[in-house]
Ligand binder design. Sequence first.
Ligand code: NCD
Length: 322
Amino acid sequence: MSGAADEPILQTGHLLGIDALSVPEIESLLTLAERYVALNRAPEKKQNVLRGRTLINLFFESSTRTQSSFELAGKRLGADVLNMAVKNSSVSKGETLIDTATTLNAMRPDILVVRHQDSGAAELLSRKVDCCVVNAGDGAHEHPTQALLDALTIKRRRGSFEGLLVAICGDIAHSRVARSNIHLLSKMGARVRLIAPRTLLPADADRLGVEISTDMRKGLEGVDIVMMLRLQLERMGGAFIPSAREYFHFYGLDREKLNCAKPGALVMHPGPMNRGVEIDSDIADDVEVSLIREQVEMGLAIRMAVLDALARGLPREGRNAA
Ligand code: NCD
């Protein structure tokens, strides 16, 4: 159990993806995050588990929720936090990912949080630097802290994952959120159903061990949780959908389609949302069914838990002495 402070939680010194995590590791992170939910709701929010440590946020893609919550998580835990603005850095002068990382590594950070447009970027970095690496999203591959925060949100509402039917709907082909969630939900005993037009299903969909539907209304039957995804236009090389209007007609979540799911079904979205494209504002803003704001709150708690867990593996003294 993750109860006692300092008890190790993660087997490796990085968080690169959900695929590599065991069920006990996931459970321990969720349990630890519950403590941070409580702390974040208290008036005094500062802890010192990262005191003396340095956290660098290295984001090659834009981000609102993920970057700000890693920054706040680091600060609440007492770390010095540096946000690298990649647009103003030497990356815009052509410096490679590895050169940038090697430069930052020489400043001896303890934790490097990286988001990059290429799948495998975080794993590559973890082999080149001396510090812990957290994957904050690599291409269409993985986004582990998003899946963990989604899991925490679901667990707090539904108690357990066993027997739950979760639909992941929309642009699955380009979504690292979908991939990490498929791994996590399947490991924890939930059933996963992908709902998307054929063009937005990943090529390996049949090998992911999930149910598949190309019809939104039929696909939503019996579903407990409806997870909507953004159309990731920046990852689409060509035309994957005829038009946004037509897409909303067939796959956009509105009240009428939500009524096809189980009564009491809850709706999630990792953000940023395209209102009127994949989700109707009427649903997104309905606090009775939408967990979207709660997901953001859980995101901060999860990132604090991940940083805390990684810090437990850092040597106390002399680590950077060489
Ligand atoms: C997601 C991402 O960047 O992968 N956003 C997020 O982290 N909250 C999903 C998206 O960009 O659509």
